[in-house]
Design a protein around this ligand. Structure first.
Ligand SMILES: NC(=O)c1ccc[n+]([C@@H]2O[C@H](COP(=O)([O-])OP(=O)(O)OC[C@H]3O[C@@H](n4cnc5c(N)ncnc54)[C@H](O)[C@@H]3O)[C@@H](O)[C@H]2O)c1
Length: 257
């Protein structure tokens, strides 16, 4: 049996397209192919790679945004409201921590580093959900991206693991907040994928090799496979799933060694 997902008439706001390796880009492409109109944000520092990609989508709306800048958030959401009206989906595929806090010992993180990682990687999900909720149609979906380092100590992942724990907990509270409107909030816990963000993690190469050695499927995963899961979570096929962390990790997270 083949099931094709039709998102014609739907609209999504996507955060996190830096370049063609970004998980957010793979999700945006997949939603676009299913007929969903994309509103996307990009950071000033990635403009030269992000903007040419947007032009590959059908009738996109895009603007610069940064989740730590209230004025940019205001202008971004005004543009989305003016051009898209109502939306159905929010994709939160962003994270940031200082490079020096993604190596060595976790206890060496300083107060500011801890704050920055949480503000960008976790708090922003609540902020973006609050801003998008008034524009969202009932039966919509919000999806965030997380990693196993939220629940296990993964050497090098450090402060990002702590921020991802906050993100996953936020997913559960937001699922409760928005459940009465049949808006579902879930996270995808992806295995390691070589992206710009991943390049900041000291032990990243080792993480990739570990998955090939230990995951039941004996391989790494692709951003396209993560996007397939996002497509499912945006569709009616997942209409009773909310507040969950869904693993797209070749099964690595079930292993005890
Ligand atoms: N690559 C992996 O191995 C992996 C695994 C599991 C989860 N994730 C998560 O997937 C998500 C996407 O990361 P990616 O791997 O595609 O890397 P990426 O570098 O392509 O994407 C990260 C995005 O975050 C954006 N960003 C950072 N700070 C921001 C800010 N202040 N305001 C707005 N945007 C900001 C960047 O512009 C970029 O687009 C992240 O949440 C990451 O933690 C990645």
């Amino acid at each position: 049996m083949s099931v094709s997902i039709d998102l014609k008439g739907k609209k999504a706001i996507v955060f996190g397209i830096a370049n063609d390796k970004s998980i957010a880009w793979h999700i945006a492409k997949k939603l676009d192919e299913a007929g969903c109109r994309i509103g996307a944000s990009y950071q000033a520092r990635t403009e030269q790679w992000s903007v040419p990609l947007m032009k590959e989508l059908h009738n996109p709306v895009y603007a610069q945004c940064d989740v730590v800048d209230d004025a940019l958030l205001d202008s971004f959401f005004k543009k989305m409201k003016d051009e898209l009206g109502e939306v159905d989906f929010l994709i939160h595929s962003i994270a940031f921590a200082k490079r020096e806090h993604l190596q060595g010992k976790f206890m060496n993180v300083d107060r500011r580093g801890y704050q920055v990682a949480h503000e960008v990687s976790a708090y922003s999900l609540a902020e973006l959900s609050r801003r998008v909720a008034p524009m969202m149609r009932n039966n919509g979906a919000i999806i965030a991206m997380t990693y196993l380092g939220s629940e296990k100590a993964v050497p090098g992942y450090n402060i990002m693991g702590v921020a991802k724990a906050a993100l996953e907990s936020s997913v559960r509270y937001l699922a409760y907040d928005l459940g009465d409107r049949q808006i579902r909030v879930n996270a995808i816990s992806a295995g390691p994928i070589a992206t710009l963000a991943a390049s900041g993690i000291a032990n990243f190469g080792e993480m990739l090799l570990n998955y090939i050695a230990k995951a039941p499927l004996k391989r790494n995963i692709t951003a396209d496979e993560v996007a397939d899961c996002a497509l499912f979570l945006c569709s009616d096929l997942s209409k009773a799933i909310t507040g969950q962390v869904i693993y797209v990790d070749a099964g690595y997270s079930i292993m005890g060694t």
